[in-house]
Design a protein around this ligand. Structure first.
Ligand SMILES: [Zn+2]
Ligand SMILES: [Zn+2]
Length: 770
């Protein structure tokens, strides 16, 4: 479909159309130092020359510089770590590159087992140089022993490194002592609390390597993010050179941004129904593309959403041309291999013209020959969006990518600010390695691996001395002449559960069948599975009969109530320590430690047929205290009085808080559920109007800190997202929050814009990344 036609046909639902021209590859020759056999292996795959960024990165890696390659999907990042690593292994085979008396080895780390397995397959052609082996929780004892004794290219994940390899490093001395390269693939996955854990696992790895005399070069690959060198440096604790100029070719693409229209005649104050739903819009769009013969894939967040998109398209097609109904299908995970192959075949042949899918597709079928991709709702990161759009594009033909906004502030912002999607990356992967809840267990694990000395403190950061002192005081470590020793029988690495976000999850069990339905995070259980809660799991509706706090279990039964529930809570926040402050005239931005005390106190039943609140039930649940990091903004009382005289001040601050939480994921790779907020017209610790945004994890996760560092940009995009929304009094696309503990009251949309303008009056200019 001609893009101009798209705008003509849909008018102002299309907020932006951009033609991204085809990019020609920048090609460089292979450097002379790459082993001829390794080069021949790539040439056999058709890689006779390198793209510019590959050559640049190889140059740095060969010179022994730690390097991060942050370029688009399918830009050949694997070659950048494989070619130098295999070259060293090839040299080791001839005995010309012994490290001390050890043969060279390579360690490859992936965030998931599936990715490591994929890398293993890609090394099949390298058997002349590499003896690769994956080491993860699935190995047999024999496989692991073979890897220890013979492998020279070890593929694993941070979990296995943390729990198995580092604690038993003496058995892995051959591998760890020979390391020439450590590869950290897809490193943007290491964010938040998980990122902080991995940062310390990598420091422990460096320490153990040094113990065996190895000093490997770290090579990291990342999706495109802001400041990859800062992120990679924090992750490894090393100086890292960034390579970001993507020189791989791509076909021309048209990108269209789409905002569902406001439903005429609906009360704009009714939450959730102000705009047409993104899935209805996508269903309609899919219909038109299928009628036009455009082979289209629609990505939808949930299975139900994908089914709804396909059903809408099929219904509408039935009215136009019944023959087309069968040419639209839904794809979900869990298909049998033969079903998947049939779908692939129908897509390739053009028999299937429209497919609505969840992201399960990423692991499921191989789609080829598509013309268009519709993405329903921003998938969280630009990299994920580019990956979805990249599914379209038959050779030599232009493709079309359409982002349909859901009713989320970040989607509203993006469809009105295409430069944030299509210009330079503004989102950064962040975490906080100094979180004491993370640091402590890794110091203990490090001490068990090799006794800690004061010279190790620098590696573990400014809070290491304090952390060691605390472990010593608690009796976990004991100081002797040679350093601090682990004193317990237990494995110190068991203290850190690197994938957990704090507390055992609550199990949801069907009280009739006894079947485990799912789990919910400890942190959100009080508000989602309290007694009487309506809990929806994969489209099935349940009501909670009993919430057993002591055992972490919620008993539910299948039901079909004509209401939904939303928990109400009270939250108090206290400033424990202000670590940094920046004054912007009458406003100030601060960052530091806080204590948040939250208590779920009741829940509201809301009719699903639109007749409003049916009632409120009181709950008796304990108050939960969380010590974490927060960013907070204050505005002096005189300025508040002068600029906000006609506004609802608490409602304005509350609305600004909601939108700001919705927009932080644009600048930090977090989810709005990773952070929380409190706003008040008068806070006892600051003496004035204050909006707090805090990390929802003990000790902090780096998101609030990123908010502080880019505060001026963050508040500007928040202001613009609210102002761009065409609703009158606020809606889910701007200031309503699906997780508000106050039932979205009070909220003052117009006041929030004035309040943010007052905050920004003397703010510094935008950071250059925007
Ligand atoms: Zn709105
Ligand atoms: Zn709220």
């Amino acid at each position: 479909m001609d893009p101009a036609d798209l705008v003509l046909r849909y008018g102002d639902r299309v907020t932006h159309v951009e033609q991204v021209p085809a990019r020609e590859a920048v090609v460089e020759p292979w450097p002379a130092w790459v082993d001829p056999g390794v080069r021949a292996m790539y040439e056999a795959e058709g890689i006779t020359a390198l793209w510019g960024h590959q050559a640049e990165a190889l140059h740095h890696v060969h010179a022994g510089r730690h390097t991060v390659v942050s370029t688009g999907t399918a830009s050949g990042k694997s070659l950048v770590f494989q070619a130098p690593a295999l070259t060293d292994l090839a040299a080791g085979r001839t005995g010309s590159a012994l490290r001390g008396n050890r043969m060279p080895t390579v360690l490859y780390l992936a965030p998931t087992k599936a990715l490591a397995a994929d890398q293993l397959r890609r090394l099949r052609g390298a058997s002349a140089f590499a003896r690769p082996a994956t080491v993860d929780g699935d190995n047999s004892r024999e496989e692991r022993a073979w890897a220890r004794d013979h492998a020279n290219y070890l593929l694993t994940n941070p979990d296995t490194l943390h729990h198995s390899i580092l604690p038993a490093h003496a058995r892995w001395a051959r591998v760890l002592g020979g390391l020439t390269h450590v590869v950290v693939d897809e490193c943007h996955h290491y964010r938040g609390v998980f990122g902080a854990h991995v940062a310390h696992v990598l420091r422990r790895l460096r320490r153990v390597c040094a113990h065996y005399g190895a000093d490997p070069t770290f090579v990291l690959s990342s999706a495109t993010v802001a400041d990859p060198e800062v992120f990679a440096g924090r992750l490894t604790g090393l100086d890292v050179v960034p390579v970001t100029d993507d020189a791989s070719p791509h076909a021309a693409r048209t990108i269209a941004l789409w905002e569902p229209p406001i439903i005429p005649g609906v009360d704009p104050a009714t939450p959730g129904v102000v705009r047409r739903s993104a899935t209805s819009e996508a269903g309609e769009l899919l219909t038109d593309l299928v009628i036009g013969g455009v082979r289209t894939l629609a990505f939808v967040r949930s299975r139900r959403g994908a089914e709804a998109v396909a059903a809408t398209a099929q219904r509408r097609l039935g009215e136009v041309d019944p023959e087309l109904v069968g040419r639209v299908a839904t794809y979900r995970g869990g298909y049998l291999p033969e079903e998947r192959r049939e779908l692939e075949q129908r897509l390739r042949s053009g028999d299937l013209l429209g497919l609505a899918s969840t992201n399960a597709l990423e692991l499921g079928i191989d789609v080829a020959g598509l013309d268009a991709v519709i993405t329903v709702g921003f998938p969280g990161t630009r990299a994920a969006l580019q990956q979805q759009f990249g599914r379209a594009g038959r050779s030599g033909r232009d493709s079309l990518g359409i982002l349909v906004a859901r009713d989320e502030p970040i989607d509203t912002y993006l469809v009105h600010h295409p430069e944030a999607l299509l210009g330079r990356a503004v989102e950064a992967s962040v975490f906080d390695p100094d979180n004491p809840y993370v640091l402590g267990p890794h110091l203990a694990a490090a001490a068990q691996e090799i006794p800690l000395t004061e010279t190790d403190f620098e590696m573990f950061g400014p809070r290491a001395a304090e952390g060691v002192a605390a472990l010593e005081a608690a009796g976990w470590l004991r100081r002797r002449a040679a350093g601090w020793f682990w004193t317990k029988r237990e494995r110190a690495s068991d203290l850190a559960d690197i994938r957990s976000s704090g507390g055992a999850p609550v199990q949801i069990v069907d009280g009739v069948t006894g079947r485990l339905i799912g789990t919910v995070d400890a942190g959100s259980a009080d508000s989602t599975v309290h007694e009487g809660a309506v809990y929806i799991h994969q489209g099935d509706v349940h009501v909670v009969d009993e919430y057993d706090l002591a055992h972490g279990v919620a008993m539910v039964h299948r039901d079909a109530p004509e209401y939904t529930t939303s928990a109400r809570s009270v939250t108090e926040i206290a400033v424990l320590e202000t670590e940094r402050t920046e004054q912007w005239g009458a406003a100030a931005m601060s960052f530091g430690s806080v204590e948040v005390v939250n208590q779920v106190v009741s829940y509201l039943k809301r009719s699903t047929s639109g007749s409003g609140v049916l009632g409120e039930e009181v709950l008796e649940l304990p108050a939960r205290a969380l010590q974490t990091k927060a960013v907070w903004w204050t505005l002096d009382a005189e300025t508040v009085a002068a600029t906000m005289e006609h506004d609802d001040v608490p409602g304005s601050a509350h609305a600004a808080e909601h939108a700001a939480i919705g927009l932080l994921p644009l600048l930090a790779t977090c989810d709005r559920w990773d952070i929380g907020g409190v706003s008040t017209a008068l806070h006892p610790d600051t003496g004035t109007l204050t909006v707090f945004v805090y990390d929802g994890y003990p000790g902090g996760a780096g998101f609030a800190e990123r908010g502080y560092e880019v505060a001026a940009t963050w508040l500007r995009v928040t202001r613009d997202a609210i102002a761009a929304c065409a609703c009158r009094d606020g809606c889910p696309s701007c200031v309503y929050s699906p997780k508000c503990g106050n039932g979205n009251e009070p909220l003052d949309k117009a006041g929030a814009i004035r309040l943010l303008d007052a905050f920004l009056a003397d703010a510094p200019a935008a950071a250059p990344t925007t």
